[in-house]
Design a protein around this ligand. Structure first.
Ligand code: NAD
Ligand SMILES: O=C(O)C1=N[C@H](C(=O)O)CCC1
Length: 268
């Protein structure tokens, strides 16, 4: 049994993660973390997730949780993520990080910690999205500079970062396949007299509305035809089940920075 702790246990993803951990064979919930002051502190994590009690009380005591767990599954916000990375580094614990919206410095903190502990860091844990990364790479290689590339994403009204981590990763994958630098060619929304679209642009459009779980489309548009690669998530359990698969995979691995392509065996 691998012993799993979950950070952000009262959140939308946290509750799905607790449920996915309960359902996963070979995994045991060993701890559930929430922010200091959270009304969820002291509650049973299983009950909070909508099921039977698991005998694991939600706490803000990171050190105590890491003393019991082998891997911390982290779905919170960028700042606590970096604090949890430092705590896992001190305790020598593996991590699965699903939090998105990290800036350059915060990403470097994750990369540096991966020299000492194994970390799976991925903006999207679903099998379908990780397949779409490969499909988008292939489409970009085949269609090359003969098409305009646009990435459209839609999420629920509570999401705090934009574009989504998944949309940004799709942009990176396509830019790399086309030999472009994403920071130089990305356009995040358009307004006013924009002029005609230069071919090399990779455009991003963001929708925030209602309870949309997560939708991504990469559009390759030429004169006379277009290819669209679309993924629609209808349940957070798809991300949570992927995160549990990553947790089982990462325990006992050598230090390093991995992503879901490694976990799913999709890397060339
Ligand atoms: N990689 C993926 O597959 C994937 C899928 C879905 C969401 N996400 C990402 O996961 C993150 C969380 O999304 P969400 O919808 O669950 O958000 P949410 O706001 O519902 O949940 C975040 C939780 O983290 C808690 N938190 C804040 N500070 C904390 C701290 N110091 N210690 C412990 N807990 C703390 C909050 O109280 C909250 O309950 C976002 O960055 C989102 O983009 C990733
Ligand atoms: O609900 C969210 O927030 C999601 N965030 C991830 C992202 O930013 O790509 C994955 C999809 C759901």
């Amino acid at each position: 049994m691998a012993r799993v702790a979950i950070a952000g246990a009262a959140g939308r993803m946290g509750r799905a993660l607790v449920e996915a951990c309960r359902q996963a064979e070979g995994l045991e919930l060993a701890g559930a973390l929430e922010r200091p002051g959270s009304p969820a502190l002291g509650s049973d994590a299983g009950v909070l997730a909508g099921g039977a009690a698991l005998g694991v009380a939600v706490t803000d005591d990171v050190e105590a949780v890491l003393a019991r767990a082998e891997v911390l599954v982290e779905f919170t916000l960028p700042e606590p993520t970096v604090a949890h990375v430092a705590a896992c580094r001190r305790a020598g614990r593996a991590m699965v990080i699903g939090t998105t919206g990290l800036d350059g410095g915060q990403r470097r903190a994750v990369e540096e910690a991966a020299a000492e502990i194994p970390i799976v860091f991925a903006p999207n844990m679903s099998v379908g999205v990780n397949l779409c990364f490969r499909l988008a790479e292939l489409a970009a290689r085949v269609l090359g500079d003969a098409v305009d590339v646009e990435i459209v994403e839609a999420h629920h009204r509570h999401k705090v970062d934009a574009p989504s981590g998944t949309a940004l990763r799709l942009g990176e994958v396509v830019a790399q396949a086309l030999g472009r630098d994403l920071t130089a060619c990305a356009v995040y929304g358009r307004e006013g007299h924009t002029g005609a679209r230069p071919r090399e642009q990779i455009g991003f459009a963001t929708i925030r509305a209602g309870d949309i779980v997560g939708e991504h489309t990469v559009l390759f548009a030429a004169e006379g035809e277009r290819v669209e690669i679309t993924h629609r998530a209808s349940s957070r359990m798809t991300f949570a089940a992927g995160a549990m698969r990553a947790a089982a995979w990462v325990v006992g691995r050598p230090p390093g920075l991995y992503d879901m392509q490694d976990v799913l065996g999709l890397r060339d």
